[in-house]
Design a protein around this ligand. Structure first.
Ligand code: NDP
Ligand code: OXD
Length: 308
C-alpha cells in the first residue's frame, strides 16, 4: 500500500515528515521517485499523468492536493476511479483570511488609496460603517460558507448564492439561476468562490456586472476561468465596477505587460488566497485512506457529473 505524492516537492517533504510520524506503516513516495509502479494504490497530485492507469495499474484512489479539481481532465481518468478533493481546515482558514482581507480592503477603499499614495495625493474618502455594505458570495461550499460567517461577524449584510438551497445563520441565501438577479442587485462587494465547471466558466461577465449596483467591487478567488477579463476592464472603464481584487487570472501567471498589471483599480495576488497546509492535510488524507479501506464514505468525494 503505497501513497505517491506528485506536486511541489518541498511540500512533499513536509508530508513525508508528518506521515512518518503519524503513519509509520504507510509507504510514501515523492514523484519522480515512484519505485515499483505496481505498489502505488493512492496518488495525491495537483496534475495527474495522462496515462494514469497504464503507469499505476493498481491505483485505487486519486487525491487532489488542492480544493479544486478542474485541473484534472476527467475524460482521461477511468470512470470507476474515485477522486477526492482536499477538504482540510488549513485551506479553509487561509481562504477566510484572504476573503476577509480583500473585502475589508475594498470596503475601506484601499485600492484607490494605493493609487493615491503612488501619486502623493492626500484625499479622504467618506468612511461608511460595515453595516451599510452588502457583500455577496458566489458559492456556499466549504470555503464560501466559512467566508460568509466571518464577514457577517464584521457587521456586513452578507448573502450567498449556490446551486441548492442553503440555510446559514446570519446569511441571506439565494439559489439557482432564477435567484441570481436578486442576489446581484443587492451586492455591493461580490466575492467569487465557485468551482470552475462547464456551468460556471465565464460567469463573471458583462451581463453579470450589469446586474450589480453601479460602482460595485469584485473579489475573484475561485479560478481565472470564471472571469471575462475584457468585460471587467470595460466595466471598470464605465464605472460599473469600481475596484477588483484578483487572486486568479487566465492564464496564470498573468503575462508580463498584461494591461491588468498596471491598472490602478485592480489589486493582483499570484494565486495564493489559500494553500493546503500539510500539518492538517495529512490527517484528512489518512482518514480518507482508512475510510477507503473500510468501505466508508470518502471526505470530499467529487461528483463527476457536477464537476466538483
Ligand atoms: P465546494 O465544492 O465546497 O463548494 C462549491 C459551491 O459552489 C457550492 O455551494 C455549490 O453549490 C456552488 N456551485 C457550484 N456550481 C454551481 C452552479 N452552477 N450554480 C450555483 N452554485 C454552484 O468548493 P469549495 O468551497 O471547497 O471551493 C471552491 C473553489 O475555490 C474551488 O473549486 C477552487 O477552484 C477555489 N479555490 C481557490 C483557491 C485559491 O487559492 N485561489 C484555494 C482553494 C480553492 P451547492 O452547495 O448547491 O453544491
Ligand atoms: C486549490 C487551490 O484548489 O489552491 O486548492 O487553488
Amino acid at each position: 500500500m503505497t501513497l505517491l505524492y506528485k506536486s511541489d516537492p518541498a511540500r512533499g517533504a513536509e508530508w513525508a515528515r508528518l506521515l512518518a510520524a503519524k503513519a509509520p506503516d504507510l509507504a510514501f513516495r515523492i514523484w519522480p521517485d515512484v519505485g515499483n509502479p505496481t505498489d502505488i494504490r493512492y496518488l495525491a497530485a495537483w496534475m495527474a499523468p495522462d496515462d494514469i492507469m497504464a503507469q499505476f495499474p493498481n491505483l485505487e484512489l486519486l487525491i487532489s492536493v488542492g480544493a479544486g479539481v478542474d485541473q484534472f481532465d476527467f475524460s482521461k481518468l477511468p470512470p470507476e476511479l474515485p477522486v477526492v478533493r482536499m477538504v482540510e481546515p488549513g485551506i479553509v482558514d487561509g481562504m477566510v483570511e484572504y476573503v476577509t482581507m480583500s473585502v475589508l480592503a475594498l470596503h475601506r477603499d484601499l485600492v484607490p488609496y494605493i493609487a493615491q499614495q503612488r501619486d502623493q495625493i492626500w484625499r479622504q474618502i467618506r468612511v461608511w460603517p460595515a453595516s451599510t455594505r452588502r457583500v455577496g458570495v458566489l458559492g456556499l461550499g466549504m470555503l464560501g460558507e466559512a467566508a460568509c460567517r466571518k464577514l457577517a461577524g464584521f457587521g456586513f449584510q452578507v448573502a450567498g448564492w449556490s446551486r441548492s438551497c442553503r440555510e446559514i445563520e446570519g446569511v441571506i441565501c439565494y439559489a439557482g439561476p432564477d435567484e441570481m438577479t436578486d442576489f446581484l442587485g443587492r451586492t455591493d462587494i461580490l466575492v467569487c468562490l465557485l468551482p470552475l465547471t462547464d456551468e460556471t466558466r465565464g460567469v463573471l461577465n458583462a451581463d453579470l456586472f450589469a446586474k450589480l449596483p453601479r460602482g460595485a467591487r469584485l473579489v475573484s478567488s475561485g479560478r481565472g476561468g470564471h472571469l471575462d477579463q475584457d468585460a471587467l476592464l470595460a466595466a471598470l472603464d464605465s464605472g460599473q465596477i469600481s475596484a477588483a481584487v484578483l487572486d486568479v487570472t487566465s492564464p496564470e501567471p498573468l503575462p508580463t505587460g498584461h494591461v491588468l498589471w498596471n491598472d490602478p483599480r485592480v489589486l493582483i495576488t499570484p494565486h495564493i488566497a489559500s494553500m493546503t497546509q500539510p500539518e492538517t492535510a495529512v490527517d484528512v488524507v489518512l482518514d480518507n485512506l482508512r475510510r477507503h479501506r473500510a468501505g466508508e464514505p470518502l471526505l470530499g468525494l467529487v461528483d463527476r457529473k457536477r464537476g466538483y
